[in-house]
Design a protein around this ligand. Structure first.
Ligand SMILES: [Zn+2]
Length: 350
């Protein structure tokens, strides 16, 4: 079985519809709801044949988005934590937002607040109040921070990816020269994520059936460091929250053996430059896997490379549960994406 899950980026929406993803979009739920509704209507009218939805990259499961939902604190998880640590949100206007860089540079883990105290932060209180206000009004349905979907799955960034956001490349220097210091920060980030996810679950009566952990930066470390510093955090998230859906970007083949040691996983979400034959050989035939085609292939008006990639992925997957995920960016070619959809259908799927 192979699924195709297409989500649409803010960059694409800005190009075709022109909404401005400004500060109000992120902090005023009414404004957010208006713009998200417009975007949802566009996607329904223009991209229904692709089964697309308007949501964040790698989270595109249309069947689990609540109808008439409004996101409160719908900001990327590592940026939420960064803002709590003092970074400023930089709205992207016609693309995704960011935060001011390196908010932890020069600060010691010992001086950071207790993770369990973070729900008391004024930003969290602001979102709590917004959630309560919308709930009292009864319409639309408020979704707390961390992009919860109706299956009960919130999303956070992995500890390493968050640390890279907060420290820049210095995190890799710290991990290599002083692993205790580096791993200490990663542990703090995991505890912070768990405290915040639990807080919003309690406050909004949301179940936690699974946790998406976006460890985009994992491919930037070797297997040894991954085992030493990253894998323990993933296992800790599983023990303290829920089964983990692990997301990595880029070429992660060198980590597959180590990932296998951290099984069971709920699922694995991979970048397109990975061999599914190698992944299946290490992780078995039954693990649900999603994989994103390469951006260069999706941006090419000639779909030849994209179709070749699609055939190889499906062949190497050898019949296991597989999803192909695509987050539609402004440079991507719809005709090529549709050709890929047709190719997956020719294999007898979708
Ligand atoms: Zn990623």
């Amino acid at each position: 079985m192979v699924d195709l899950a297409v989500s649409v980026s803010k960059g694409w929406m800005a190009r075709v519809l022109g909404p401005v993803f400004d500060r109000d979009y992120y902090f005023d739920p009414r404004r957010r709801h208006e713009i998200d509704t417009q975007c949802g209507e566009y996607v329904q009218a223009e991209l229904a044949d692709l089964g697309a939805c308007f949501t964040e990259s790698n989270l595109g499961r249309r069947e689990y988005l609540a109808p008439n939902q409004v996101l409160v604190g719908g900001i990327q998880p590592n940026m939420i934590l960064g803002m709590i640590l003092g970074a400023q949100l930089i709205p992207g206007g016609d693309k995704d937002a960011d935060i001011t860089p390196q908010c932890l540079l020069g600060r010691r883990v010992d001086d950071l607040p207790e993770p369990e105290s973070l729900p008391e932060h004024e930003l969290v209180r602001l979102w709590d109040n917004q959630l309560a206000t919308i709930r009292r009004a009864g319409h639309p349905r408020p979704i707390p921070p961390f992009f919860w979907d109706t299956s009960g799955r919130p999303a956070v960034h992995g500890a390493l990816t968050s640390a890279q956001k907060f420290l820049g490349e210095q995190v890799f220097v710290d991990l290599l020269t002083d692993p205790e210091l580096g791993c200490g920060l990663l542990r703090w980030i995991s505890r912070a994520n768990v405290a915040l996810v639990r807080h919003f679950a309690d406050y909004s009566h949301m179940p936690i059936t699974e946790i998406h952990v976006g460890e985009c930066a994992a491919c930037m470390v070797g297997a040894k460091l991954f085992r030493q510093c990253v894998l323990p955090e993933l296992m800790w998230m599983r023990e303290n929250l829920a089964p983990v859906r692990l997301h990595t970007c880029g070429a992660s083949g060198h980590l597959v053996e180590a990932i296998a040691e951290g099984m069971p996983l709920a699922s694995l979400d991979l970048g397109g430059d990975n061999s599914l034959a190698r992944v299946r050989a290490q992780l078995g035939p039954t693990l649900p896997i999603t994989i994103a085609p390469l951006a260069t292939d999706l941006s090419d008006a000639d779909p030849k490379a994209l179709l070749k990639w699609t055939d190889l992925a499906i062949q190497e997957n050898a019949g296991g549960p597989l999803g192909i995920v695509c987050h539609l960016e402004p440079s991507y070619r719809l005709a090529s994406l549709r050709a890929m959809r047709d190719r997956v259908q020719r294999w007898g799927y979708v």
